[in-house]
Write a new protein. Structure first.
Length: 81
């Protein structure tokens, strides 16, 4: 069974990560960690979890965005609709 966005509880760090991506678009964990003033490894771990649950998606190595925003620059075959 694949996890979905409804299966996840968002922590305050998760919310801060999503707020940063929503405000500025795709970002690396290094940049997000600096902006939200959190340890980079902690941000990496949270982003990995958000990707696993479909809340974020990897658009390039170490570059993340929201799935709906990523549609603008990923090949159409990346999506299941």
């Amino acid at each position: 069974m694949t996890a979905t966005q409804t299966d996840i509880h968002l922590s305050p760090t998760d919310e801060a990560i999503l707020d940063e991506i929503d405000a500025h678009g795709r970002a690396t964990t290094t940049l997000i960690a600096r902006v939200i003033d959190k340890n980079e490894q902690h941000v990496r771990d949270r982003v990995k979890r958000l990707v696993e649950h479909g809340v974020l998606m990897t658009v390039a190595p170490h570059l993340y965005d929201r799935p709906e925003a990523a549609r603008d620059y990923l090949p159409a075959d990346e999506f299941d609709d």
